[in-house]
Write a protein of this length. Structure first.
Length: 351
């Protein structure tokens, strides 16, 4: 081999040896190589792919929560933005619940036992019995001192009847002589207590009237009540009544001949109200009226009838205005006697 060829071979060997040394990894590089990352459980088959497919290269990615919307309360909502008219929920509108009118009710069923404060009412209630003919009427004035205290003044101004005593008895008009004052105090919305003092003027006679007016309302149309005129007892001479002036005249006549008079009346009564319309009410009342002690007068206000009477009455009341009531009724003062058939009228004006 010639020296020139030997030098060429040695040059190739040296160049090849340098290239191998440069390509060999260093010990420090082996220590700095990152450790392989274990695949996450929820990455599935893609994380377990071999390195040759590119599935195991790179580092793990940490998931971050989305930031809350900038407009939590919708204050920046654009009212002009397009809307989805096909998926808009349907809104059902309901009518508001009807409210009762303010003030004194037109409906009789809704009226309280006592008048409101500072309200006044004046009423008359002419009534009669057909056999023997006897009529009577009383003027009644109510005033609401407060919404729970009511003052009532009653005056029996007269009636047509046959005067007791004497041989020439005839039916004619007689002025009334009975007057009374009573107070009603509301304890609950459905219960009150009533205390009154009726007085007969000539001769002077005094009585005591007690009641426990009750009224229960059922909705806007129905009401039940009673016991508003429970007891009438004698304090002096006899117990004056506001029902029939003839009974007062009979008891006054008995004072002239020392005839014993009754001790009063015990009256259990109940009534019902049905408002067919707010202006028109159907009213019925029934009960038992018993004379206490000796019956000089009678439960029905005429002589010679039984000491206990069962009465019944029904009628209509029309209220064309909130301040005005008109009414009429029919009934019997004593169901055992047909002659006690009794038509009646009613008129009330409120201020």
């Amino acid at each position: 081999m010639s020296p020139r060829r030997l030098i060429s071979v040695l040059s190739v060997v040296v160049f090849a040896s340098g290239s191998l040394v440069a390509a060999a990894p260093k010990k420090d590089d082996k220590k700095k190589a990152p450790a392989p990352v274990a695949p996450a459980k929820d990455e599935g088959s893609a994380a377990a792919a071999p390195a040759g497919d590119g599935g195991g290269s790179g580092s793990a990615v940490q998931m971050t929560e989305d930031a809350p919307p900038a407009d939590m309360n919708g204050t920046d909502e654009n009212p002009d933005a397009p809307r989805d008219v096909f998926n808009t929920p349907t809104v059902t509108k309901t009518a508001p619940a009807p409210s009762r009118p303010v003030g004194y009710p037109t409906e009789e069923a809704l009226r309280p036992i006592t008048l409101p404060a500072n309200m006044s009412e004046v009423s008359i209630g002419p009534h009669m019995m057909v056999s023997p003919v006897s009529t009577s009427d009383a003027l009644r004035a109510r005033y609401g001192i407060t919404s729970r205290v009511q003052l009532v003044l009653t005056y029996v101004w007269g009636g047509f009847y046959e005067a007791p005593g004497g041989s020439t008895m005839s039916t004619k008009f007689h002025p009334g002589k009975a007057v009374g004052l009573d107070v009603t105090v509301l304890l609950q919305n459905w219960l009150a207590v009533r205390v009154g003092v009726p007085v007969y003027i000539d001769p002077v006679a005094v009585g005591l009237q007690l009641g426990a007016p009750m009224k229960f309302q059922f909705g806007d149309k129905f009401a039940l009540g009673g016991l508003d005129d429970l007891l009438l007892i004698k304090i002096s001479k006899f117990a004056p009544t506001f029902g029939y002036e003839q009974e007062n005249a009979v008891n006054a006549y008995f004072q002239t001949n020392n005839t014993e008079t009754s001790n009063g009346h015990l009256r259990f009564s109940a009534y019902g109200v049905y408002n067919h319309t707010p202006q028109l009410a159907i009213i019925g009342r029934a009960g038992i009226d018993s004379v206490l002690g000796s019956a000089g007068g009678s439960a029905a206000g005429t002589q010679g009838t039984a000491s206990t009477a069962t009465f019944i009455r029904a009628g209509l009341q029309y209220t064309p205005r909130r301040y005005l009531d008109l009414g009429a009724s029919l009934g019997f003062e004593d169901l055992a006697h047909a002659g006690t058939f009794s038509p009646a009228g009613y008129l009330a004006v409120r201020i």
